[in-house]
Design a protein around this ligand. Sequence first.
Ligand SMILES: Nc1ncnc2c1ncn2[C@@H]1O[C@H](COP(=O)(O)OP(=O)(O)OP(=O)(O)O)[C@@H](O)[C@H]1O
Ligand SMILES: [Mg+2]
Length: 291
Amino acid sequence: MTAPLDREAIAERLAATGYVPDRDLATALALMQRLGRPLLLEGEAGVGKTEIAKALAEIHGTRLIRLQCWEGLDRAAALYEWNYQRQLLAIKAREGHDAKVVEAEIFSEAYLLERPLLAAIRQETAPVLLIDEIDRADEEFEAFLLELLSDFQVTIPELGTITATSVPHVILTSNATRELSDALRRRCLYHYVDYPAPDREARILLARLPAIDTALATQIARFLAKLRKEDLAKVPGVAESLDFAASLVGLADLREDPDAVRDALIALLKTREDRARLAPQVIARLVEASA
Ligand SMILES: Nc1ncnc2c1ncn2[C@@H]1O[C@H](COP(=O)(O)OP(=O)(O)OP(=O)(O)O)[C@@H](O)[C@H]1O
Ligand SMILES: [Mg+2]
């Protein structure tokens, strides 16, 4: 990776990829690069956490390696495992050969299945390593990860110790479905990804939906800001706001077509309660207030 970029340069380059960051996020990314520390991004669903890692890899022209976390994720799925089927076939094919020689062969690189963490450590050019939704993994896995994030080396008993040649740029995301350990938090820089303010949300809509009218984008962004203040079971994120806006491209004003707005709500309100709570007159009031 090239020399560290400052905050302004990062913000500019992210915007060029279509990702519109706020000042604090650009600062966090600049610091992460300068200090060589992992960055933990916490926030609600659909606010752009995963996308940050993709955009970061793009601006640095480097590979994005993603580890999606889930309950029960273990070292074998995250780091490496041996290809047992191939090993068994090799053992069968070499029946009668010297056992030591066969053993050395089947525990060699050709029989190793590299998983995301090992892949990240073995890249020549520092990749962006995205550890997505770490809160879904178990606490034991978190402890194991912590070790890896402190020294970026892995010992495979049969092959020896592998140390990262270029330290990956690590982004961890969490939806805060469980409390992460203090140790993990201490190890990382931290940024809370919030819902965007209306002016930034309008810029996001314009960046992602080039066909949208500027006035409409501004109005939708204001509408979203008001809608998120309502008592909702599932507050819509940017992903939902993009779908909502995409289905209204072509309009110049939300007041122009109340039916279209009502139809488009299926992109925003994702529970039966929320649909019921936001009666047409509530929506009409929010639309009016956003004009
Ligand atoms: N600041 C932004 N600029 C441009 N696009 C954005 C921005 N924030 C979010 N998006 C878009 O919103 C969508 C959702 O983003 P993403 O999947 O990264 O959210 P997330 O926070 O990872 O959500 P989840 O918690 O559900 O995984 C993507 O299509 C992304 O491109
Ligand atoms: Mg995500």
